[in-house]
Design a protein around this ligand. Sequence first.
Ligand code: ADP
Ligand code: MG
Length: 234
Amino acid sequence: MSVKVAVRVRPFNEREQKAQPKCCVEMSGPTTTLLPPHGDAPRHFTFDYSFWPHDPFDMTPEGLAVPAGESSPYADQAYVYDALGKQVLDNAWAGYHCCLFAYGQTGSGKSYSMVGHGANEGIVPQACHEIFRRMGENKDKENKFEVQFSMLEIYNEKVADLLDKSNNPQRTAALKVRENKGEIYVQGLSKHPVNSYEAIAKKMDEGYTSRSIGATLMNQTSSRAHTIITIEFK
Ligand code: ADP
Ligand code: MG
């Protein structure tokens, strides 16, 4: 098993910017350095990657945040995908189990990295584009591909299908999580065939509108429910 760890810092938000903050973190290559505020010695931590978000970066007319010039150390979404996301997809494609997860305080940039915002697509949408691109490139008639999408929410300990718009009594009566020969699945969860990333995005939007949302102190639109999106690729 191989584990890779990356640290990504997010830019200051509006509220922080107003307070004219002093940046207490530096990055150089894979090393993240913390600068203690009261003059103590800097502390260095080396990971597989350290992704730097502060200036200089440019905004394209499409709203894409990209490095300003070739020497800019700004890690944009494409850079993060190439460094991390691509490896995960390559391994999955080769038939290995792999998992990518984001950990951090509310508002630290997990969703931005995984899902993205506006034109700045995160790792998951970029990986999906790539799955369909590779499927389209396949010339071997013996190879058949199938992609299915499902989306559920765990809220107050109950599992609900976010894409089941029928009056299925199973949706209101919490779905059961079961195990069969080591495979964990949600009984009765609807699966939807998809043939492009646009189709996935449409399903995601559909599911998001059915979520239970409550703002947290750090984030106005944060959901306190857990949403699990499964993209099954056979
Ligand atoms: P989390 O999911 O960890 O709670 P978010 O991903 O929602 O945090 O990020 C909080 C805010 O910061 C969002 O408005 C997001 O767009 C912004 N943000 C996070 N990371 C970045 C980044 N690398 N570049 C630009 N904006 C970012
Ligand atoms: Mg989030």
